[in-house]
Write a protein that binds this ligand. Sequence first.
Ligand SMILES: [Zn+2]
Length: 428
Amino acid sequence: MLSQGLRRAVSLLTSRTLVRRQLSARIVDATYVELQPDKAGATTLTFPGVWLRDNCRCPTCFHSSSQSRQLDWNQFDASVRPLALHMDAAQQQLHVRWSDEHESSYTLDWLRQRSFDASSQRSYLDDFYRPRTRHWAGAEFEQIAQRFNYDQVMSEDEPLQHWLQALAVYGVALLNGAPLDEGVVRRLAERVGFIRRTTYGEEFIVQAKPGAKNYAYLSLPLPLHTDLPYYEYKPSVNILHCMVQTKSRGGSNLLVDAYHIADRLREEHPQDFERLSRTLVDWNDIGSEDGREFHNIWRAPVICLDAAGGYTRINHSVPQRDSHFNVPLDQVLPWYESYARFVQLARADAYSFKTQPGDVLTFNNIRLLHGRTGYDDTEQNSRYIVGAYLDWDIIYSRLRVLKKRSASSSSSSSSGSSSSSGPTASAS
Ligand SMILES: [Zn+2]
């Protein structure tokens, strides 16, 4: 299903290679421009006139080197109408004369790529804007967790794209074969974009520290949580490079897809889902790092939703939940019951596994809960993990650039041209 969707997105991006067919254009209701294909069965494309005028491609309206609209919106007539159309079959262009005396031209490829057809929009949103997520139960972990070779990800674009795609869809992916030096997480983050800095710096070391200031730096079991729930702009993806792993029975990673837990609550315990997605919880972190004192607070529900009811983020942390709880008195008891249900379901679903030296575990920190079983920390039995964060904005952007590049290189090879610009998807 995914690969079909991807092919579709690729063909949307590279419709240059489509067979030319004669199209006719007409104005509908004095408002819409309709492109009618000659061939039966092909889709009719309908474009609102005002949208076409707003997206005029001429040098006055559009600045091509920055790919930005520069139309003067102080003068824009929102009731602008198309007056006349001309279809140039040879150039594959549509020309429009407007009621504001302007004239515009659009290539058919450009128009097709921006079709208002619902299925075209769906595939653009699911394959190009952001890959559609697939939620999983802990028991499915081994099937969904994809593994990539560190060196290949660092040197070739195709494994890089597949790693980021897996991370976006499943919220987790593993790299193996990384060298055992502390620079791995930085090099990996810079292969994608740049490290997201937090209160705790850029790279951070997770190992047992005497007198630890952060709960993660103890060898005690670390209950399931998301990192930095007390940030409004929460770091998106956790990169954890295992350099030394304890030989004791503990020290295992615990992971849960909290979107799956939220799905279950929504279905099986709708009242709990409702409370956890509506009640604002105070998350906090107080301390000092490198001589700088900090006091972070962010109020947000455990399950954060967008306008369409999709998940945008999950917040969960026992130590980083504030003792301030600014909700009406009568909401407190019911919220505790619902939250206890969420934590119980998550704990029962947690998948436990142990990374080995050279493994890099990457996961979506605004979706997955992670934790660690306790371990005996002695000199012969230590654990040393280097971590860093990346932001989704940076990852999605990189993924889109890679997809455009691989789409254009596959279209130039399928149309028989021997263009050598851009990476090719050769297997090595
Ligand atoms: Zn124009």
